[in-house]
Ligand binder design. Sequence first.
Ligand code: HEC
Length: 395
Amino acid sequence: MNKILTSLLSLGVAASAALAANSAITAVKVANVEDAAVWSNAKFSDVTLYPQTAIEMNDKKANELTENAKAKKAQVAAVYDGKNMALMVKWADGSKDLQSGYASTTYSDGFAVQFAGATAKPQPLPYIGMGSVDRPVVVHLQKANEKVYEPNGNKDVGNQINRQQTGVFGQELAEFDAKVASLAVTDYERIFVGEGFRSLTEVKDGSVKSNSSMVYGTNGWSGILTRPLKDAYVNLSGTVPVSIAVWDGSKMGRNGLKNLSSWIAINLDGQKPNAAMVSDLTTDSKGDATKGKAALEANGCNGCHQMNAADPKSFMAPSLKNVGGYSTAAYLRESILKPSAVVVPGYNRNAHSNTPWYNLEKGKRISTMTDYSHLDKATVEDIVAYLKTLKAEVE
Ligand code: HEC
């Protein structure tokens, strides 16, 4: 818990100014981002977070709870000073779910802020959520937790020992409990870097000095993340692309089971914005979505992909039912023209051995999706415009 949020609660919540879904957000320059007063007149913008539904989880109950999941609105404000940038994210959540104890069926609410890592060329942006090859991301994750029973001493709460199964009792069990209490995880804050699916790696060497926290109030959660403008992974200036994710513990949200925004442009006030990036992230596709739907069907895309919640589920390819919500037009265009540029790895091959989503060629993952680079430019744009319409309604 950081002090900012505690004192913020006494300041009251600043009014939220709704902007058009895709507008760039301005980060206000302040003397010190750690001064709680900076948030009292910060301007909040609405950001929509879509259910990440590319792949179903191997968990019947979680799938039932998230069947036809709706999009969520969050309010985001940003500030920066000479050294650090801070974001505040607020979102409604009807129940306060904390990770606690050693029950592996308890899931917590949480949020994450993702930054595009420093690359030689800032564009194209990394794949949303996990980065992509040569396009790293840094993900800051904060989960809501009570003291988490952590018997290993390495802060890894993913692999907990059930005290009932320690095989000890009496004085020995009391000693075990005392040891665990001293090792308990009290703040579940994590930082990851990733360059593609299943490559997210926790940064534990202290090379990123961030501070995040979350507080539950009458309107749901407020979270703050503060991180340096510059470190080994990022160099934030001009326009900063970020993406926000939130988890709902009551819906068994965990790992990929979350709501995620597309990349959002945050302009550091007083600095020269990256006009090309802002335009990419705020301009709608120029294609014709109606023609795009017809072209998509004529090209058999829906033979492999589920397009809408009403369509039958398909294990052949990722569901595209929310792809328009969390993907940029640039990513969708690339997916059609160069399917192997970013490969969504798919289901466990033992369970779905007839439908691998990629094959290995000389160690490289090659998508099983046909390459559609023979389509003319206008048709591709029409399909992109249609894909951008595929997203759940806001709850
Ligand atoms: C033969 C089956 C097949 C067909 C036909 C097909 N795809 Fe795919 N598609 C896949 C597979 C498998 C993946 C996952 C591997 C990858 O990332 O390329 C994928 C990935 C995608 C993605 C990325 C999804 C994500 O969650 O990031 C998009 C977008 C996409 N396809 C759009 C299309 C469009 C548009 C068409 C038609 C022009 C099409 N696909 C035709 C199999 C197919």
